[in-house]
Design a protein. Structure first.
Length: 226
């Protein structure tokens, strides 16, 4: 969407994702297509950056446990699209600065992806793919929103040994990752998996390997949903 900034060049796989947006997207984007007039609109920033090992990493946060929606879950930085925002891209950049201290001017916006609908909250969430060519520090700026922030290695996330199916007694089943000391499931895991597929980074993994959601990351809503 924007001209590349100075610093580390975009990784080649981002061009593959960019070419696929609006073309043949993973099934998740059709399965979770929002209604025409959703109750809420939000945006998240999938912010990738060059890592010290020559690869790339992605900024992930653990949400505050005091939040009403998805407390304690791993997520991308982001939040509600306000009336003062020009659109999802501006909202994702603004929220990322407010939550983890990333200057919007340092982010190379690669693509605005189709929104996905989170039925429990009635929220249409637009993922914004970004590249951070000259990364700085990330930190918890707003502890009311974010409990922890990490830059997690993409190589670790695509490692088949770190991928599995998350299973809950309620019947919920979905993709999961464990890397950087974070247990990633739900919307964030779904979106990571879709982007890795589009990028050609995904490695074969065994979906028959199941793991429960750890007790410390379960919200009360999920814990009592049997």
């Amino acid at each position: 969407m924007s001209a590349p900034l100075a610093g580390a060049p975009r990784p080649e796989w981002m061009a593959r994702v960019l070419a696929s947006v609006g073309d043949e997207l993973p099934a998740a984007f059709a399965t979770f297509k929002p209604p025409e007039d959703p109750d809420r609109r939000s945006a998240v920033l999938m912010l990738f950056a060059p890592s010290v090992d020559g690869g790339s990493d992605v900024v992930l946060t653990a949400r505050s446990r005091d939040l009403r929606a998805h407390p304690g879950q791993v997520s991308f930085p982001g939040g509600r699209v306000d009336a003062t925002d020009a659109g999802p891209v501006e909202a994702a950049l603004r929220e990322t600065e407010e939550e983890v201290g990333v200057d919007p001017a340092t982010v190379d916006v690669v693509a605005e992806m189709p929104a996905l609908f989170l039925t429990p909250s009635g929220n249409a969430v637009t993922p914004v793919l970004g590249w951070w060519p000259t990364p700085g520090d990330v930190r918890v700026v707003d502890p009311a929103e974010v409990e922890r922030v990490e830059r997690v290695s993409v190589a670790d996330l695509v490692d088949p040994a770190r991928r599995f199916t998350v299973a809950h007694p309620s019947g919920y089943r979905g993709p999961g990752f464990e890397a950087g000391g974070l247990f990633v499931w739900g919307f964030t895991a779904l979106l990571l998996g879709a982007v890795f597929d589009l990028a050609g980074l995904a490695q074969p993994w065994d979906p028959e390997v199941e793991r429960p959601i750890p007790e410390h990351v379960l919200s009360d809503w999920m814990r009592n949903r049997n």
